[in-house]
Design a protein around this ligand. Structure first.
Ligand code: TYM
Length: 333
């Protein structure tokens, strides 16, 4: 039976999907599609806040759509669409902008990070990024938002905007929450041990779902290790903990236990551990990469998926926008 709550999430097409996107988001999408009414989209408008050059946009949007399907998302079960195909989102964004304050937007961590990365292009879209993200979510009156840990603050802001809207104009929207099945939100570390895995930063520290087998092996074998612990049961440095974290995601339980034991007895061979991890990641990525290629080659199917997705999402958005306009009082005759 489909549960009542509505699910919504999005991914920016600023590059190809990587393991962080998979474990933070897509894995949950696939599981949620059988239990909820789901809306998943490619956030092409958001990508314009940091990537105004649209040369690669088409290829990236198409790949993100195809990769979602290759990971197990069924476009017959969910609305899988492009953000820019749902025009109503822009209108809701405009209304929400009047309920969002400069001070709180300037304090957003992602805004501060991005402003530092592109000091010559601190545009208003970047500042109001969380407002557009809120519009994406609440245009379907969604409550559950499967995302990774890095999106937690945006969800908190979304709840604030929703509370303000409801308080001022009447209860139209439920409050949305970041979602992960019974666990903390996921955060897949970057292979160089500095921060999270991300689409556009250090490409050698990120494993993409499009990487070929050799490249995956190369990236994983290059991860930082040391000469190993010298005292039994000692704490793991961050860069070693990160490899164990990846092992936990990709390898069998007994493999993880073996390396945990070896670490605790000071007999660990990091070379063997990385080789094992590389093979397990290759085995995971390869079928997804191959399915993606064949989906991308099917022009007709790609077009049908996007058209059908836009239709489902627009239908839902139109219903919400009527409620919104009525609630605000934009009715003069
Ligand atoms: P984006 O494109 O940066 O990332 C897409 C999803 O992947 C998750 N993620 C990670 N999870 C764990 N470990 C990592 N290293 C990692 N890197 C990325 C993100 O948390 C996210 O769930 N603002 C959003 C896009 C967006 C959106 C929305 C999301 C636009 N509108 C509405 C939810 C609802 C973003 O930039 O995600």
């Amino acid at each position: 039976m489909v549960k009542q709550e509505i699910v919504m999430s999005g991914i920016r097409p600023t590059g190809f999907l990587h393991l962080g996107n998979y474990f933070g988001a897509v894995r949950n999408y696939v599981r949620m599609q059988d239990e909820y009414n789901c809306f998943f989209m490619v956030a092409d408008l958001h990508s314009l806040t940091t990537h105004p050059d649209t040369k690669e946009l088409r290829a990236n949007v198409r790949r993100v759509i195809a990769e979602n399907i290759a990971c197990g998302l069924n476009p017959d079960k969910v609305a899988l669409y492009c953000q820019s195909h749902v025009y109503e989102t822009g209108e809701l964004y405009l209304f929400l902008n009047m309920l969002a304050y400069k001070g709180e937007l300037e304090k957003t961590v992602t805004f501060k990070d991005k402003a530092k990365l592109q000091p010559d292009n601190v545009n208003a879209g970047l500042l109001t990024y969380p407002v557009l993200q809120t519009a994406d979510i609440i245009i379907h009156r969604a409550q559950l938002v499967p995302v990774g840990k890095d999106q937690e603050q945006h969800l908190e802001m979304a709840r604030n905007f929703v509370k303000r809207f409801n308080h001022r104009y009447g209860e139209v929207f439920p409050e949305p929450y970041a979602f992960n099945y019974g666990e903390d939100l996921a955060r897949v570390p970057s292979l160089d041990g500095s921060g999270k895995m991300s689409k556009s930063e250090n490409q050698m520290a990120t494993v993409y779902l499009s990487d070929d087998d050799e490249l995956i092996r190369k990236k994983i074998m290059k991860t930082k290790t040391d000469s190993g612990p010298t005292e039994k049961n000692s704490a793991k440095p961050d860069y070693i903990q990160n490899i164990f974290l990846l092992l936990q995601l990709f390898s069998k339980k007994d493999v993880l236990e073996k390396f945990e034991n070896d670490y605790n007895n000071c007999s660990i061979r990091y070379g063997d551990m990385k080789k094992q991890l590389a093979e397990d990641v290759v085995a995971f990525v390869k079928p997804i990469r191959e399915r993606t290629e064949s989906i991308l080659n099917d022009e007709k199917y790609m077009r049908e998926v996007m058209e059908k997705g836009a239709e489902k999402a627009t239908q839902s958005a139109k219903i919400t926008m009527q409620l919104v306009r009525d609630a605000i009082g934009l009715k003069y005759y």
